[in-house]
Design a protein around this ligand. Structure first.
Ligand code: GTP
Ligand code: MG
Length: 249
């Protein structure tokens, strides 16, 4: 087993709650209502992972499996500019964008196949100066939720989702990579999916995701991130801000 890496979120409180940062070789699940900031955190991690370890990064590149077409290069550029100011260094946003490999997933089967493509790429880059150190699946569940409707297909959905999670866990182990997935909760009770405060996917995700983060909106640009049921860390809460420059305390 390789030494576990810790990836900084850019927010001190958040990092401390996570025991230093987002861990490699584990799945971290972020869940919460629409607009709570899951995709924003994902963008920030895609930037931070490229920094050297002294600056909270893992000196690597990132693969994003984008299922909702919400990846925004302009947002990366803003965040890199924010980082340049913070560190007093002129980073080149284009250099950062080069190390973000985005794959659009058109349906759940395609999403599953893209993990194989991600593995191929990670194999190619394994001995390069930018090995893949972060895999993001945003959103993990949206396609599954849209495609599998009706009682009869529920077991089928869970089985597919479960296998998908095993594949991405294996990716994390094999490449000493962080794996971050997003999952929405419903703002209103849903006749089929039930309890609105529970993430879609129910306990299958509950068992697989090593770190579960519940994000909710607070005042203005503030967000509350809650760590829930981690096997080796106490439950906790952290406050972060989503600003033009990216995530901060
Ligand atoms: P769903 O994917 O719909 O479930 O939502 P999400 O959790 O992914 O939310 P997302 O990360 O897209 O957060 C959207 C929120 O982030 C917005 O309402 C803004 O508050 C904030 N945000 C997004 N883009 C910017 C930006 O460019 N600048 C600033 N300051 N805030 C932004
Ligand atoms: Mg999103």
């Amino acid at each position: 087993r390789k030494l576990v890496g810790k990836l900084s979120t850019g927010c001190e409180e958040f990092n401390e709650m996570m025991g230093g940062g987002i861990e490699s070789q584990s799945i971290t699940e972020m869940y919460g209502e629409f607009g709570c900031g899951k995709t924003q955190v994902a963008h920030q991690l895609a930037v931070n992972v490229q920094l050297p370890p002294e600056q909270g990064g893992l000196g690597g590149s990132v693969v994003i499996i984008d299922t909702e077409n919400t990846f925004r290069p302009e947002r990366i550029t803003q965040m890199v500019k924010g980082l340049s100011e913070k560190h007093g260094v002129e980073y080149d946003p284009e250099e950062f964008l080069k190390n973000i490999h985005v794959a659009r997933a058109y349906n759940s089967n395609h999403q599953i196949l893209l993990v194989d493509s991600a593995s191929e790429l990670a194999n190619e880059l394994k001995d390069s100066d930018m090995p893949v150190r972060l895999l993001i699946v945003d959103s993990l569940t949206a396609h599954f939720r849209a495609e599998y409707i009706g009682r009869g297909t529920l077991a089928d959905r869970q089985q597919k989702l479960n296998k998908h999670l095993h594949d991405i866990q294996r990716f994390g182990d094999l490449f000493n990579s962080c794996v971050v997935v997003t999952n929405q909760v419903m703002s209103k009770p849903d006749a089929f999916f039930g309890d609105p405060t529970k993430p879609i996917g129910g306990h299958i995700l509950g068992h697989t995701a090593t770190f579960r983060l519940y994000i909710r909106k607070s005042k203005g640009d503030k967000r509350i991130v809650k760590l829930i049921d981690s096997p080796n860390l106490p439950d906790g809460e952290a406050i972060m801000s989503i600003t033009t420059d990216g995530l901060s305390d």
